[in-house]
Design a protein around this ligand. Structure first.
Ligand code: ZN
Ligand code: ZN
Length: 472
């Protein structure tokens, strides 16, 4: 980037670049070259940013925007300038972005400061934190980041892009992007790395680890759903008495193994969940003996696998910044526990009240940043309320019975309809949810969710086909 494209920047002799952020500025921030020489391409005839950069700024704006400058200028009211080391790799650009946005608004940024590389977002966070602008003033440059996000995604979403952008989405409070990218990471990566920091601000790596725990457990949750549903047909065969059940079970597993999708815990070591789910679409299996006396071998295995795929696909919507903030008890001062619980509880079965983007219970659960004992209490209370309303026992679907045909069912109360949002089953890691009753609750909700998420594309007559319990 050629900084001379920026109108108010004036390169002068001696490698000094003066940038007038405000014409009547009464203070100068100077950046001196990094202690370690920056490697420059000898083939590049145009010099990069001058070695020494001066920003003419307003003392008042700095004091208002940053406790860091408040301290410096408060202690030395007559100070006319201050010098920092330019740490290279976009440091000066990031400082200029901040200063221009804070003084004149983000819309005044010249084209050369556009975030054409994801790295710029990280540097902007690092520089913002160093000078005390972030996180409090992060909104001032949020539109700049949103453009950066858009440019990056225009190049296509990939695990690398998601790893680079998820954490900046968190810092810049971009709820939609954060939800989308964290969902993508849960489904499309299978390692332990959820973040890539392309900048030299390595100190941010520690902050970015906030994603590791929730995404690891969310992924385990999706995996457990896939595993449980693919095991459904095997469980049925284990309950059967025909002599062919063992061969059918073996052949079913063999067909899954042929796709390299079984056992699931081995498959996830090799492939991301999204790839496994896609591969299962190729599943074909016809049992050798479909006329046996038990009927178990005539099970619709293809349909079972389809159910597993669908359930896994809708198991997790991504992490929710609003739920994370709301449940982060440390960030709320003077709040009673009762108020905290009320604020974080579902309303009429909806887990995304006051959230910018809709999501189910899994997102609420894995976005939780407060004490896990409170989360457990909220879930217990929710389950008790459901039971009191007869939703789990006498509702649209009994625990192990088939789905009530819609034509014959009483109209669903509003509360049931509001529950038709994607929700979760119990995962491996959600402590306190592993008992059978919990599973029954989750199953009930999931099937409601499936109807909603498939947008009514499923004919009423076929509704039973979604239900593993209804498929012999
Ligand atoms: Zn059989
Ligand atoms: Zn939320």
């Amino acid at each position: 980037m050629d900084v001379s494209a920026c109108a108010p920047a004036t390169p002068v002799a001696g490698g000094l670049l003066q940038i007038t952020v405000v014409a009547d500025g009464d203070f100068v921030i100077q950046l001196t070259p990094a202690a370690k020489a920056i490697t420059e391409k000898t083939t590049n005839a145009t010099p990069k940013r001058a070695r020494v950069v001066q920003f003419r700024v307003s003392r008042n704006v700095l004091i208002k925007s940053s406790s860091f400058f408040q301290t410096i200028l408060g202690n030395r009211p007559n100070l006319a300038n201050v010098t920092f080391e330019n740490k290279g790799n976009g440091f000066g650009y990031a400082l200029e972005i901040w200063l221009r946005a804070l003084h004149n608004g983000v819309h005044t940024l010249p084209n050369n400061l556009k975030a054409t590389h994801i790295e710029r977002a990280w540097v902007a966070i690092g520089v913002g934190e160093q000078f005390g602008f972030a996180p409090h003033q992060i909104d001032k440059i949020k539109p700049w980041f949103l453009e950066c996000y858009q440019i990056a995604l225009n190049g296509g979403l990939s695990p690398f892009v998601a790893c680079c952008l998820a954490f900046p989405c968190n810092v810049f409070d971009h709820a939609e992007g954060f939800m989308k990218l964290t969902k993508y990471l849960a489904y499309h990566t299978n390692g332990t790395i959820f973040t890539h920091n392309p900048s030299s601000f390595q100190a941010l790596n520690q902050d970015a680890r906030i994603l590791d725990g929730p995404l690891t457990t969310a992924r385990a949750h999706i995996q457990s759903i896939l595993d449980k549903e693919l095991n459904f047909a095997l469980d049925k065969l284990h309950q059967a008495t025909c002599s062919c059940r063992k061969e059918t079970a073996f052949d079913y597993e063999d067909a899954l193994r042929a796709l390299d999708c079984w056992p699931i815990d081995r498959a996830v070591q090799k492939y991301p969940l999204a790839e496994i789910i896609d591969e299962l679409d190729k599943f074909e299996f016809t049992p050798k003996n479909i006329n046996c006396e038990s009927g178990a071998c005539a099970h619709d295995f293809k349909n079972s696998v389809n159910i597993a795929m669908r359930k896994a696909k809708f198991a997790f919507d991504g992490l929710c910044l609003d739920c994370m903030e709301r449940s982060g008890i440390d960030h709320v001062e003077g709040q009673t526990r009762q108020a905290f619980v009320a604020k974080n509880s579902p309303f009429k079965g909806c887990w995304d009240i006051d959230c910018r983007y809709g999501h189910g219970r899994a997102s609420w659960y894995y976005s939780w940043m407060g004490p896990s004992s409170v989360r457990r209490d909220i879930l217990i209370k929710y389950r008790e309320e459901k039971k009191a309303l007869g939703i789990t026992k006498g509702g649209r679907r009994t625990r192990r019975g088939g789905r009530v045909a819609k034509d014959n069912a009483a109209p669903a109360p509003a509360r049931l309809i509001s529950m038709s949002i994607k929700t979760q089953g119990s995962g491996n890691n959600n402590g306190g949810l592993e008992n059978d009753d919990r599973d029954a609750d989750d199953d009930d909700e999931f099937f409601d969710a499936e109807d909603a998420s498939l947008g009514g594309l499923i004919a009423t007559d076929n509704a039973d086909m979604l239900d593993h319990d209804a498929v012999n």
